[in-house]
Design a protein around this ligand. Structure first.
Ligand SMILES: [Zn+2]
Length: 406
């Protein structure tokens, strides 16, 4: 196999770099509808040139504002496309881009206009090899990812579940000499416990009291200790409120009690704690849920109080050992064939595109295909142009290898 620099003709790197500079010159912070639309239009034009049917549609967000949504399809992109997903918006407004010492300093260079320009250049590279992009290729570019927008979530929900492969062109990370690919993302569920104890005067009748606060504190301390380093399982207690019932249930008006001596002589009869648990596989999620429920029963018994546990909103995990694993291995091999090393991030933090798929356990998902850099969401944001070059070749190689179903 030829090395990367031989694998990418100069003119394709130049036109890809030019496109990237153009995209970074357009200010497209989330909510800047005209700017986001300009980015969408520019990429749609490029993808049409590459032979995809590209359109910039309007989608309404929660407030009914129309935002641009870029959808580009190969001739056979049906119900089970080879789906690429990215976002068009940035966190900050654009500043004039500049390339210095092999780095592009620009808003969105890393997150993630680099990934969008990479895709266009990869399609150009395929064309220069006389190859077509996979016929079922589909790109969805969303306008509101950086604000956790509903259009992003809806678009991935709509097209992600049926995808034969879901490739996310968000950036990887630098790790020493290597770069990373993202194979897993933790899911989460929110939880809440409510405790009722028995109030008593702490001086006169302490032993008749049953402290709800004591039980809730015991529960949260034990729940947090269920976190497993290295396994991706964490339990976080975000809030714990205890005291007398009047204080807890009327917290908004009674918070001025804090710091005073009033009602400190009351054994707490009411407590509420709430937080979340995160995990890398659906099985881990069920296991931790079961442990928290059993902990609730045992803590209630120990403290002789009433305790209820409830599960709230949940987000499914992307399991690094799920259906995406073979594609991840293939991408790593393709990089190795070109003489560089990719490592796997099993557990990237945060909730992102892959978590929006209704059941990620059924879809082959690979994230972090975009070029690396640093300073995401800051004025120090920059992209490693060497990585941009490598990843154009990597994506072209990957698309070629996925073009023939096997
Ligand atoms: Zn991003």
């Amino acid at each position: 196999m030829p090395q990367t620099n031989e694998a990418l003709p100069r003119e394709i790197l130049d036109s890809g770099t030019k496109l990237l500079l153009d995209l970074c010159s357009i200010s497209s912070a989330s909510g800047d509808v005209a700017g986001v639309r300009a980015v969408a239009d520019r990429i749609a034009t490029e993808l049409a040139r590459c032979g995809l049917a590209a359109e910039v549609a309007s989608e309404s967000d929660d407030e009914g504002n129309p935002l641009p949504l870029l959808v580009a399809r190969g001739p056979e992109a049906g119900e089970h496309p080879l789906l690429l997903v990215g976002h068009l918006d940035t966190v900050l407004d654009a500043v004039p881009p500049r390339i210095e010492d092999g780095r592009l300093w620009a808003t969105g260079a890393l997150d993630m206009k680099g990934g969008l320009a990479m895709l266009v250049a990869a399609l150009d590279l395929l064309a220069s090899r006389g190859e077509r992009p996979p016929a079922d290729l589909m790109l969805v570019g969303v306008p509101d990812e950086e604000v956790g927008g509903t259009i992003s979530e809806r678009a991935v929900r709509r097209w992600g579940q049926g995808a034969r492969v879901l490739l996310v062109i968000e950036p990887g990370e630098r790790r020493g000499d290597a770069e990373t690919l993202v194979a897993g993302r933790r899911g989460l569920f929110e939880w809440k416990i409510e405790v009722s104890g028995r109030a008593a005067h702490s001086g006169l009748a302490y032993w008749q009291g049953r402290s709800a606060l004591g039980a809730a504190a015991d529960w949260t301390a034990q729940a947090q200790r269920m976190s497993e380093t290295g396994a991706g399982v964490t339990v976080n207690a975000a809030r714990l409120v205890g005291g007398d019932t009047d204080f807890v249930d009327g917290l908004a008006t009674n918070h001025a009690l804090l710091g005073t001596s009033r009602r400190r002589n009351v054994v707490s009869d009411r407590a509420i704690a709430e937080g979340e648990a995160r995990f890398l596989s659906a099985a881990d999620g069920l296991r931790i849920l079961g442990r928290l429920q059993r902990l609730t029963e045992s803590t209630a018994a120990t403290h002789d109080v009433r305790m209820t546990f409830s599960q709230g909103m949940s987000v499914p995990p992307v399991d690094p050992n799920g259906p995406g694993a073979p594609v991840v291995r293939r991408v790593m091999q393709l990089a190795a064939d070109r003489g560089w090393r990719l490592e796997v991030e099993d557990d990237r933090g945060g909730i992102s595109f892959p978590n929006y798929v209704a059941d990620p356990a059924k879809v082959a998902i690979v994230d972090g295909l975009g070029p690396v850099g640093d300073g995401m969401h800051t004025r120090e944001e920059h992209l490693d142009m060497r990585s941009f070059e490598r990843r154009i070749v990597l994506l072209a190689d990957l698309l070629a290898s996925l073009a023939h179903r096997d």
